[in-house]
Design a protein around this ligand. Sequence first.
Ligand code: FPP
Length: 248
Amino acid sequence: MPDIVIPRHLAVIMDGNGRWAERRHRPRMIGHRAGARAVNVCIDFCLQRGIEVLTLFAFSSENWKRPEEEVGALMKLFLNALEREVDELHRRGVRVRFIGERERFAAPIRERMAAAEALTAGNARLTLAIAASYGGRQDIAAAARALAAEVAGGRLRVEDIDEAAVDARTALADLPAPDLFIRTGGDHRISNFLLWQLAYTELWFTETLWPDLDASVLQQALDDFAGRERRFGLTGAQLAQNREGTPA
Ligand code: FPP
């Protein structure tokens, strides 16, 4: 039997909540609520398959521009989800962390985020990174700012700034880069998600709307991933030689 190739890190854009609700002639918020249930489906799947890291795009830095009513309702949903789910995630060995501009959230949400991170910090079964008020360009700009501050402070030399130095100052620096990216909802875009981190990630798109997500959709993505040849800029022949342990 060939080895089953399981991605270590899965990154997901959960799109289609609004359309799911609109097709049912219901308010968009109903779609987001159904979307929160699909988050649990996705976490269960990762735990069952032994995926180490799951990064979810919950709220982009651009989502603040949505109608005030929708933003307010989403904030309430996040707060409720944090109150309701964190103990169970902890019990199941999930380490929770948040990436993004957390200072833009109201104090009760920031406090819940910090409490969830503190409670689950020692867990190792699955790392769940929730991108909230996150933008990929903002992440890279923050890394550039950090590097500039270190150079200005005399702690870093300009000539020592290389890819590893930038990488070390991005949001998920301590985790393996995503192996597989999934976007639901039919659009084929990255939408300012993990721009730096997705450089060599396999991309997979589905028409399925996020609230309709089930294990079979995720399994399709994994099956497709298992059949792909990841070359990281090398030729197929070089990869084959590397696999056989002979120099390329
Ligand atoms: C995109 O669908 C989804 C969002 C902007 C919000 C994501 C939120 C959830 C899945 C709910 C809860 C999440 C957590 C982590 C508790 P859309 O509204 O852009 O859909 P559309 O493209 O059909 O309008």
